[in-house]
Design a protein around this ligand. Structure first.
Ligand code: BCA
Length: 136
């Protein structure tokens, strides 16, 4: 489980005085990127990366608005490793009282941005993810 702090900005809020729903995906993406960097040591490069992930599916629930003045963080874990894909489960929680504001489940597919082909999740990635997820 990786925890990513989110810095809320003025422009994250909409006219109903809460965080605009489109922003949530950006928060979840920050959590995914940090998971890939910390757990898989993935260093993304525009020109040289050949092993990354692409989003095939995502489902998001919104339980409680994020209001101005609140602080949130994203919790990210991998809950299943398939052949070419992993399922990631994420939550946005209030830092102060741990209230779950939202959760999201995504299917992330191993993807080579140079060749534009999918690939099987490498054995070393499986081990690194299993080690991360089994330690808690
Ligand atoms: C996702 C795709 C590459 C899949 O292509 P396919 O030809 O179907 O792939 P495959 O047949 O090889 O299937 C590979 C796996 O994907 C799974 N898959 C494919 N499509 C789906 C859908 N729609 N739902 C669930 N699972 C899927 C499939 O079940 C296979 O899983 P395994 O059983 O574990 O092997 C293709 O549909 C595609 O290119 N879609 C567009 C993707 C896209 O543009 N996403 C948005 C941009 S990526 C992004 O925003 C991002 C954010 C944050 C990040 O950290 C990374 C990326």
């Amino acid at each position: 489980m990786i925890i990513t702090p989110i810095q809320l900005r003025w422009s994250d809020f909409d006219i109903l005085r809460h965080v605009y729903n489109g922003r949530y995906q950006e928060f979840y993406d920050a959590g995914k990127s940090e998971y890939f960097e910390l757990v898989l040591d993935m260093q993304l490069s525009w020109t040289t990366t050949t092993e990354g992930f692409i989003t095939a599916q995502t489902t998001t629930n919104y339980y409680s608005p994020i209001e101005f003045g609140q602080s949130v963080e994203v919790f990210t874990r991998v809950e299943n490793i398939g052949n070419k894909s992993v399922v990631m489960f994420q939550q946005i929680r209030d830092v102060v009282n741990a209230e779950v504001k939202s959760d999201s489940r995504s299917v992330m597919v191993g993807y080579n941005p140079q060749s534009k082909e999918t690939f099987e999740i490498p054995e070393n990635w499986r081990k690194l993810i299993e080690t991360e997820e089994n330690q808690k």
